[in-house]
Design a protein around this ligand. Sequence first.
Ligand SMILES: NC(=O)c1ccc[n+]([C@@H]2O[C@H](COP(=O)([O-])OP(=O)(O)OC[C@H]3O[C@@H](n4cnc5c(N)ncnc54)[C@H](OP(=O)(O)O)[C@@H]3O)[C@@H](O)[C@H]2O)c1
Length: 253
Amino acid sequence: MSHVVFITGATSGFGRATARRFAAAGWTLIITGRRLERLLALQDELSAQVPVHVVQLDVRDADAVQQAVATLPPGFQRIRALINNAGLALAPQPAQTVALPDWHTMIDTNITGLVNVTHALLPSLLETGQGASIVNIGSVAGAWPYPGGHVYGASKAFVQQFSYNLRCDLIASGVRVTDIAPGIAETEFTLVRTHGNQAASDALYGSTTPLTAEDVAEQIFYVCNLPDHININRLEVVPTRQAWAAYAIDRDA
Ligand SMILES: NC(=O)c1ccc[n+]([C@@H]2O[C@H](COP(=O)([O-])OP(=O)(O)OC[C@H]3O[C@@H](n4cnc5c(N)ncnc54)[C@H](OP(=O)(O)O)[C@@H]3O)[C@@H](O)[C@H]2O)c1
């Protein structure tokens, strides 16, 4: 029987590329996200290859997440990999100018949503045991601060520490946990962050060589398909053309 992967945020970017990567290897897919038409288009594209179950789901809604997991059809219930990918950044402006609802949206999605899905799927992952994987999509922003990172970076620091702490509790279960922390990658991420500013998105990605969604999907696939006894705790993956900058120093005018 083929393995089952549950992917959040499969309507775009890393999540959609991950669905395609796992389908190419014969995995059964559960694809979730809020935009149903995109999920149905992806199901249309991939269902000739593998079984695909679609769930329109907002990860912030804990009851809806529980319901989605409780009503998985036969053949989709024994999860081998959970890809906690749904997430977003908003408001790249300085913290002191950001509207509070934008902070709440990032916390509700990147933290609360991720724990909602993890909590709901842990029983199935534990039943799978050896070889099961939880891949949480963090970010370099979770470890390395930058101007305008405020709550986004802090939410991804949560993802890293939650991943590590899960490992402590799951040590004897066979269930692996990985925080994949990508650097700059061209997806719809910046369009979302700038409320649809295509020029800003093009400017950010156009003058360098960012990661692609497929690059990150390949890393996700890799960690889930290692021999059962290997756990990658954290995988920080950035483009060759991205590195750290020096401390900023405030100087007298
Ligand atoms: N691109 C980068 O440079 C980068 C770098 C490091 C980390 N990341 C992280 O990578 C993950 C994927 O981002 P991406 O770059 O692929 O961006 P993207 O193209 O904007 O995709 C984001 C996905 O998250 C889903 N999503 C957002 N809010 C949701 C909610 N409340 N409920 C369910 N799904 C939700 C979206 O689906 P719907 O809108 O249809 O719900 C979409 O499928 C995020 O966690 C992001 O923080 C991105």
